[in-house]
Design a protein around this ligand. Structure first.
Ligand code: IPM
Ligand code: MN
Length: 390
């Protein structure tokens, strides 16, 4: 162990300290998050900062034991921390959606993490399922709006007859109530309402253009289905057009969501920065994960630029591999790189991604999904060792 004051005098700069909330969650969550913490601890020693990890038990076991999904005290505590590191949520003992909506989406909405940032980048040494595509061909970023669209979660079922139904969405930037007089002739129906707000869309779209500017991109691609879901997505389009006027050096284009799935496979090299409403962003980033080598490689950040952000792999909890020490922890380790970047340790973030890339290129440590038999912790150890050498 070393002491902070000594490090200070030795290196001449102040040891920075950060407090990070950790929610290991369900399934393989705890195993992969352990590896992510290991790598961040390794890089922090080298880059002269320190992390205090504060663990929270939220997930399936906690819910089954206590009936609690989240609690207000913990939410308030985490709000004061520098970031949240999340493993995975989801458990076959529970109905789908309970934990996903009750914890994951609840956290995204509570902290108003209005950006879901998902880099799609093929690292050197990773096998790509697309023929003849190289790392320079697959290197773009998806900015997914993260609080609205069909994710606002309002809708209902109605049976034949007359009913009054009240629906409500409460967000920090607006709240909206729908009082619906449903008069149904015929058999039972269900409906779901998607909401796009001017402020909500604008802040996500502006974030994307700003990011494109920082990356030196020449083009932003916006995704929608304005040819069919025209109310919400024509509105979205008009906001893209408005915001784009502030960025005369950056072109923009519109892609329909069905078409972009085709282009991801055919011409991924076309894409630079993509901005998308919530639901299409969810769908296209699973495809993005596959073209960057699989779900084992796809990290994501739920970002509130003025608040607390949360980082996680985009894959789920893979319950059948729970506790087996076989899952690939790279997506989580990479999400850890995004986390340290967001708290201001850019050099540490770059080092982590380089270490992942080096270990993959060397090819000695390969988890099951990569055709090897290295364990989750072997992979974490190798990347933690490498990050110190870089
Ligand atoms: C994701 C997941 C979540 C989403 C689910 C688990 C709620 O699929 O992070 O992509 O739809 O956003
Ligand atoms: Mn998803």
């Amino acid at each position: 162990m070393y002491c902070a004051c000594r490090t200070e005098t030795l290196r001449g700069d102040k040891l920075k300290k950060y407090k990070i909330a950790v929610i290991p969650g369900d399934g393989i969550g705890p195993e992969i998050v352990d590896e992510g913490k290991k790598v961040i601890d390794a890089v922090s020693e080298k880059e002269n900062f320190e992390i205090e990890w504060v663990e929270y038990p939220f997930g399936a076991d906690h819910y089954i034991e206590t009936g609690e999904l989240l609690n207000e005290d913990s939410l308030k505590e985490m709000e004061k921390m520098n970031a949240i590191y999340l493993g995975a949520l989801g458990d076959p003992r529970l109905e789908p959606g309970i934990l996903e909506k009750g914890i994951l989406l609840a956290l995204r909405f509570y902290y108003d993490q209005y950006i879901n940032l998902r880099p799609v980048k093929l690292l050197e040494g990773v096998d790509c399922p697309l023929k003849n595509k190289k790392p320079e061909d697959i290197d773009f970023v998806v900015v997914r709006e993260n609080t609205e669209d069909f994710y606002v979660g309002i809708g209902n079922r109605a049976k034949e007859g007359k009913h009054r139904q009240e629906l409500e969405v409460i967000r920090s930037i607006y709240s909206v109530k729908f009082g619906l007089d449903v008069e149904l002739e015929g058999d039972e129906i269900a409906y779901q309402i998607g909401v796009v707000s001017r402020k909500g869309a604008e802040r996500a779209i502006r974030y994307a253009f700003e990011l494109a500017k920082r990356r030196g991109d020449s083009r932003v691609t916006s995704v929608d289905k304005a040819n069919v879901l025209s109310h919400v997505y024509n509105f979205w389009r008009s906001i893209v057009e408005e915001v784009s006027k502030e960025y005369p050096g950056i072109d923009y284009e519109f892609n329909f969501v069905d078409a972009i799935t085709m282009w991801f496979v055919k011409n991924p090299e076309w894409y630079q920065t993509i901005v998308t409403p919530n639901m299409f962003g969810d769908i296209i980033t699973d495809l993005g994960a596959m073209i960057q080598g699989g779900l084992g490689f796809a990290p994501g950040g739920n970002i509130n630029p003025d608040g607390v952000s949360m980082f996680e792999p985009i894959h789920g909890s893979a319950p059948k591999y729970k506790g087996m020490n076989v899952a690939n922890p790279i997506a989580t380790i990479w999400a850890g790189a995004m986390l340290v970047d967001e708290i201001g340790q850019e050099k540490a973030a770059k080092d982590i991604v380089s270490a992942i890339e080096e270990v993959i290129k060397e090819g000695k440590v390969r988890t099951k999904d990569l055709g090897g038999n290295a364990s989750t912790s072997d992979m974490g150890d190798a990347i933690a060792r490498k990050v110190k050498e870089i």
